[in-house]
Every structure is written in structure tokens, then in C-alpha cells.
Design a protein around this ligand. Structure first.
Ligand SMILES: C[S@@+](CC[C@H](N)C(=O)[O-])C[C@H]1O[C@@H](n2cnc3c(N)ncnc32)[C@H](O)[C@@H]1O
Ligand code: SF4
Ligand code: SF4
Length: 341
């Protein structure tokens, strides 16, 4: 067991400018995390030696206190990252660069504007996000801290047939890390078996090209057959992690919803129905007091032995992270996050 997580996700808000077909975040609370609470967490994480804080939402760049938050993190030693739909990247490009944000994870669901903008139900979002990525790449190339971009793509009935068309887009935007996420939820854009088979063929093609053409691109999937295995085929992570006995992610990743005051180990667990893994009412409390409370420690430890046989929504990135953590020695906190995470 580790003393503290390696990476902490902090949800800043649920509000969003977009209206994505697969997401209900924008319909939920209009509340935002209190900046003082977020700052106190960051100070505590710095003291503990947490490697990275990753902000999520809602749309992170709509956080009303974004500018003071960026000014606050600028001098910290820890790494910071933002998950964003890209709408406001250009607007905050200078502040993001000046704050030495290490990584920005931008969601792109198709390189074709008509599809991306339809899925996200937002006019010209692809064009705006693309311009924002290019602006930040340009600005950060002139300074000492290059911002690394990663792309998240939710694979759905809208894009499964042209995943390979992302390759020129990723190349044009200097993106080296690409996360494919199987769509979850009973949604109008979910996929049927023939579409899943076609998506798997696309992923095989892409993995082949990455190797043959030496594209310098890293995917969150090593075996295309793993991709829909937990989300759609009902496979348990144990079948995909090559004999691991324990899930290491629950002690290396923490997810704090700073809007509604809930904490869990593993970013995939907040809505998975394992309520024993969620601690409520954490707002204003020191992280350590909640994470290290004997009852939560024990639950986390017990769950880590069962998770690989119980979880049914373990995303490919966490399947790959688990294998990585096993290889590097999962009980150590130091240097355990791979560049592609
Ligand atoms: C909830 S969003 C928050 C950050 C930001 N608004 C964005 O879209 O990137 C975090 C990630 O969840 C993904 N996501 C949203 N709905 C999903 C779904 N139904 N299935 C899988 N991933 C989903 C988004 O595409 C995004 O990459
Ligand atoms: S942009 Fe992100 S938070 Fe907003 S609706 Fe889409 S997936 Fe949800
Ligand atoms: S098995 Fe997957 S979803 Fe379950 S706790 Fe571990 S990483 Fe999270």
C-alpha cells in the first residue's frame, strides 16, 4: 500500500459550454469548487509528494477562479494537467503557458468538424480547439516549459469507422499520446457488435501503422481486443491484466469531486455503484484525514484484492496503468506515473 496517491483528479465544476450527446455533466450542479479549498488541497499534496494534480469538470476552463488558480500553481513543483473540450484554450493560452501547466488533455471525437461539432452539439468546437492547441504549442515552444497535449477520443457510432483519419490530425497538432475511450451509457450513439468489430479493425490498423511507420504516437491500448472488453463484452479486468492479483490503481489514483465533496480511489469508480469506495462529505477536510482514516484504508485495501474480478467499467488506460504499476513496483510512490498517463 502506498502512503499517498501518485495522481489526484480534482473536479472543479460540472458546468459546461458544450452539450455532448454522451454526457450529462452540463445538466447538473451550477456550483463550483471553492478556490481556498482547492488551494489547501494542492498545498497538502505538494507536502505529501503527489506527482500530479489533474483538473477535470465540466469544462475546466470555465472555472470562474481559473486565473487565480493558474497564478497559484505557477510556482509549485508538482505537475498539473487540465482535461478540456478546448473551447477556451486560445483565450487562456498565455495564462496556461505562464502557469507551467505540464499537460493538457483535449477531447476530440472526430477530425471531421461536422461530426465532432454534432457529437459535442457545439458550433465550430473542433475549429476552435484546433486553433487553441496550435496557439499554445507555439507559445510554449518559445519558453522553457513545453506544454504536452494528449487527446481523448470517445469511440462511438459516430466515429468508429474513421479512427485512422485522426493520424494526420494528431501529427499536425504535435500530439504524441492518444487515449481511446469506449463510450459508456445507454446512449443514442452507442455501438452494436458489427460497429465494435469494425472499430477493433481500425485500432489494429492504427497500431500497425504506428509501428511500421514509426509515427512516434503512443496509444492507451496494446491489444485491440481489450478495447471493448469490459465496457461492452462484460469481461472483467482480471482477464486483461495478465494474471495480476490486485488492482494497484486504487492506491495510486484518487478522484476528488470538489463540487459535491466526494472522494474515491480510481477515477473510474465515482459512478460505478461500488458505494463502499466513495467517502462523502470531505469538503474542507485535510485530504490525509480522509484518505488515511482506518475504515477507508481498510476498504481500499480489501477492494484492491477484489476489483479486478468485480469492476465492469475499467477503462483501457487503467488496464494499461495497472500493468505498468506492477512492473515498476506498485508499492512505491516515486516516479510511478508513465508519460502516457
Ligand atoms: C466529463 S469530461 C470533462 C472534461 C471536458 N469537459 C472534456 O470534455 O474534455 C472528461 C472526459 O470524459 C469523456 N466522456 C464524456 N462522456 C463520456 C461517455 N459517455 N463515455 C466515455 N467517456 C465520456 C469526455 O470526452 C472527456 O474526455
Ligand atoms: S465538454 Fe466535457 S463536460 Fe462538457 S458536456 Fe462534453 S464531455 Fe461533458
Ligand atoms: S479494476 Fe479498474 S475500474 Fe476497478 S478499481 Fe481498478 S482501475 Fe479502477
Amino acid at each position: 500500500m502506498t502512503d499517498h496517491p501518485s495522481i489526484v483528479y480534482i473536479r472543479l465544476l460540472q458546468k459546461c459550454n458544450a452539450r455532448c450527446v454522451m454526457c450529462t455533466s452540463y445538466q447538473q450542479s451550477r456550483d463550483e469548487a471553492h478556490l481556498d479549498y482547492v488551494k489547501s488541497l494542492i498545498d497538502e499534496f505538494e507536502g505529501l509528494g503527489v506527482n500530479e494534480v489533474r483538473f477535470t469538470g465540466g469544462e475546466t476552463l470555465m472555472y470562474r477562479q481559473l486565473r487565480p488558480l493558474l497564478a497559484f500553481i505557477a510556482d509549485k513543483r508538482m505537475a498539473f494537467s487540465f482535461i478540456t473540450n478546448g473551447a477556451y484554450l486560445k483565450k487562456f493560452s498565455q495564462e496556461l503557458v505562464d502557469a507551467h501547466v505540464g499537460k493538457i488533455i483535449c477531447s476530440i471525437d472526430s477530425p471531421r468538424p461536422e461530426i465532432h461539432n454534432r457529437v459535442r452539439q457545439t458550433q465550430r468546437l473542433l475549429e476552435t480547439a484546433s486553433a487553441g492547441i496550435k496557439t499554445i504549442n507555439q507559445k510554449s515552444a518559445q519558453g522553457p516549459h513545453a506544454v504536452q497535449f494528449m487527446v481523448n477520443t470517445v469511440v462511438s457510432s459516430e466515429n468508429y469507422d474513421h479512427l485512422r483519419d485522426f493520424l494526420p490530425f494528431l501529427h499536425e497538432h504535435g500530439i504524441k499520446y492518444w487515449n481511446l475511450i469506449p463510450i459508456h451509457g445507454e446512449l443514442p450513439i452507442r455501438m452494436g457488435p458489427p460497429q465494435i468489430d469494425a472499430a477493433i479493425r481500425e485500432i489494429e490498423h492504427i497500431l500497425g501503422r504506428i509501428e511500421r511507420e514509426n509515427l512516434g504516437l503512443s496509444l492507451n491500448i496494446s491489444d485491440p481486443m481489450d478495447f471493448f472488453a469490459t465496457a461492452v463484452r462484460g469481461a472483467k479486468p482480471a482477464e486483461l491484466t495478465g494474471g495480476l492479483q490486485r488492482c494497484h490503481v486504487v492506491s495510486h489514483v484518487a478522484f476528488i469531486d470538489a463540487v459535491n465533496g466526494k472522494l474515491t480511489g480510481c477515477n473510474d469508480l465515482m459512478y460505478s455503484g461500488f458505494d463502499e469506495m466513495i467517502v462523502g462529505d470531505i469538503l474542507g477536510k485535510p485530504f490525509r484525514q480522509v484518505w488515511d482514516a482506518p475504515a477507508f484504508r481498510q476498504t481500499r485495501d480489501g477492494f484492491s484484492c477484489q476489483a479486478l474480478h468485480r469492476c465492469d467499467r475499467c477503462e483501457p488506460t487503467n488496464i494499461k496503468l495497472n500493468k505498468h504499476l506492477e512492473n515498476v513496483g506498485a508499492d512505491s510512490n516515486a516516479g510511478t506515473l508513465p508519460a502516457w498517463f
